[in-house]
Design a binder for this molecule. Structure first.
Ligand code: FES
Length: 103
């Protein structure tokens, strides 16, 4: 299991235990945080938008053009914005921090 720290809209930290090979969206949706990936990870929504911790953004594989296009439709987009359904959990993400944007 890989430990992810997710900060909710009240800046409360939640530790999420994620299985390797699932997407970050799936891990967050299965956790106690209020989170949803409406399209199931098919890049047809932006509901899985997260802000990745500043220390982590350069450690992730870059977003695809399709992810960038869908991010353009999200609210509160920042330089650290990613679609969590496109981030696959692996050991290199141990301790990843993400923030859940308010809408
Ligand atoms: S769950 Fe819809 S784009 Fe990620």
């Amino acid at each position: 299991m890989v430990r992810i720290i997710a900060y909710d809209n009240a800046q409360q930290a939640h530790t999420v235990e994620a299985s390797e090979g699932v997407s970050l969206m799936e891990a967050l949706s299965a956790s106690s945080v209020d989170f949803d990936g409406s399209c199931g990870g098919s890049l047809a929504c932006a509901s899985c938008h997260v802000w990745v911790g500043q220390d982590w953004i350069d450690r992730l594989p870059p977003a695809s053009e399709a992810e960038e296009d869908m991010l353009d439709t999200a609210f509160n987009v920042k330089a650290t914005s990613r679609l969590s359904c496109q981030i696959i959990i692996g050991p290199a993400l141990e301790g990843l921090t993400v923030h859940l944007p308010g809408n």
